[in-house]
Design a protein around this ligand. Structure first.
Ligand SMILES: [Cu+2]
Length: 497
């Protein structure tokens, strides 16, 4: 009877290979039978200490064809790190990084997980691994007070890419503070070889201060409950993979990225601008989809994406819920070196349009902010900070050299309109400008959108830069002056920050 059913299924199956009696290891993908085929017997050989890596790095393949006992040593460390330039945040970490250390084992391995909680910690922590079969995924067995250590053992029955996270109350807060990472359970035949493997994980963060508001920023529980993040980030910091930290590769290479989403709240529409994923193992599972533009990663889920590089340049990784990319930080760069491929892509570089102020270091902004704190802020520091912020904020329309575009965007360089009443520019930036304006004898009748998302500090620095660049000479604009205009002008509901 059983045989008959198998025959019927085979007869109707579209794919012949699905019913072929003998299959090479590499095509076994669709037929692993999940955990029922994952127990390859007791561990063999000497116990092995797992190699753990910090993001964006991935441990080397296990290169084993037998099940082993693997020891994973994770330490929880609570520490202050930079979430954006000049902004610090107290992260709670597995291994000192956000996301936590990458763990790589083989299906059938017996994993002995040691969890240490550093004596300097203020909170107890634990770990729930989605790759564990058993109540709580390890959470109850690993509740660890500061200065203590715990351990438990599990068998990695199912292959796949799994999220792990802290599950100590309040769970949402532990996850929001960065307590998540990935564990890859390799299929028995291993992953196919590629040129680069990278580890990327998205998370949403909730601070009391606004996006990029300088200084130390505490966690905001109410924003977290409202699911209204201040930051949405890859690898725990706005600069984790931009500028000098961009991921690197060459043309003609094959790249695999293990991408997780720690949440705690948002799902990710993961997209790499200018690339198409050749292969996506969606939801971290066994099956794959091909030729994918954007893949959805649930909170507490993961995906393996593979692609190959052809055309050199900067490729921008984003959450395609696009305000998160440009106004909350969910943006990272893959830099591809190599010869141009004009037959595939004509070669014009449009990167700056996408990455704006991320192509330059925001360090001068942080310098100006701390100088303001200590009361030593100079006009030169404001100009330096403003120059960085102008890029990508105002330069999109008014151009890098402040010359504007004829008949479309008025010039800021030597603008008689601007220099006649420099403080009026505060209103222009905060509230926008519509209707006819005459600049240096030319009339423009267009719309400048309100830029009220900028902080008082940012507006002050940008305008000080504008009023003292390209031959302009004007005053420095102070944060207080901007605050005053913001408080006294009535803006439409939607324009308010
Ligand atoms: Cu925790």
């Amino acid at each position: 009877m059983k045989k008959l059913i198998t025959l019927l299924v085979c007869a109707t199956a579209l794919s012949l290979t699905a019913c072929a009696p003998e299959k090479p290891a590499s095509t076994r993908v669709a037929d692993t039978g999940g955990s029922r085929k994952g127990d390859f017997g007791p561990p063999q050989g000497e116990p092995i200490k797992a190699v753990l890596t910090s993001p964006p790095h991935v441990p080397p393949p296990t290169n084993r064809n037998y099940p082993a006992k693997v020891i994973v040593e994770l330490e929880v460390i609570e520490k202050d790190m930079e979430i954006a330039e000049g902004v610090s945040y107290t992260f709670w970490t597995f291994g000192g990084t956000v996301p936590g250390s990458f763990i790589r084992v083989r299906q059938g391995d017996t994993v002995e997980l040691h969890l240490k909680n550093h004596p300097s910690s203020k909170m107890p922590h634990n770990i729930d691994l989605h790759g564990v079969t058993g109540p709580g995924g390890g959470a109850a067995s690993t509740f660890t007070a500061p200065g203590h250590r715990t351990q438990f053992t599990f068998k990695a029955l199912n292959q796949g890419l799994y999220v792990y996270h802290c599950a100590t109350a309040p769970v949402g807060m532990h996850v929001a503070n960065g307590m998540y990472g990935l564990i890859l359970v390799e299929p028995p035949e291993g992953m196919s070889p590629v040129d680069h493997e990278y580890y990327v994980m998205q998370g949403d963060f909730y601070t009391v201060g606004k996006y990029r508001e300088k200084g130390h920023q505490p966690f905001d529980m109410q924003k977290a409950i409202d699911e209204n993040p201040t930051y949405v980030l890859f690898n725990g910091a706005e600069t984790s993979m931009t500028g000098p930290n961009a991921l690197q590769s060459k043309t003609g290479q094959h790249i695999r990225m293990y991408v997780g989403n720690g949440g705690p709240n948002l799902v990710s529409s993961f997209h790499l601008i200018g690339e198409i994923f050749d292969k996506v193992q969606y939801e971290g599972g066994t099956h794959f989809q091909e030729n994918v533009q954007t893949t959805l990663i649930p909170a507490g889920g993961a995906v393996t994406v593979e692609y190959h590089t052809e055309v050199p340049g900067s490729y921008v990784m984003v959450d395609h819920s696009i305000f998160r990319a440009f106004n909350k930080g969910a943006l990272a760069i893959l830099q591809v070196e190599g010869a141009e491929q004009p037959q595939i892509y004509s070669g014009k570089q449009v990167d700056e349009m996408y990455i704006g102020d991320k192509v330059v270091s925001l360090a001068p902004v942080a310098v100006a902010a701390s100088a303001r704190e200590t009361g030593t802020l100079t006009k030169a520091q404001q100009v330096a900070a403003g120059g960085v912020l102008f890029k990508g904020t105002c330069s999109t329309c008014h151009q890098d050299d402040g010359a504007g575009l004829p008949n479309v965007f008025p010039p800021l360089a030597k603008s008689d309109y601007l220099l006649k009443d420099p403080k009026h520019a505060i209103e222009v930036v905060l509230n926008g400008l519509t209707g006819p304006v005459t600049v240096n004898g030319n009339t423009y009748n267009s719309v400048m959108p309100p830029m009220s998302q900028l902080t008082d500090d940012e507006v002050a620095n940008i305008l000080t830069y504008v009023l003292n660049s390209w031959g302009n000479t004007g005053p420095a604009i102070s944060k207080q002056e901007v605050a005053k205009v913001r408080a006294t002008t009535k803006r439409s509901e939607g324009a308010a920050h």
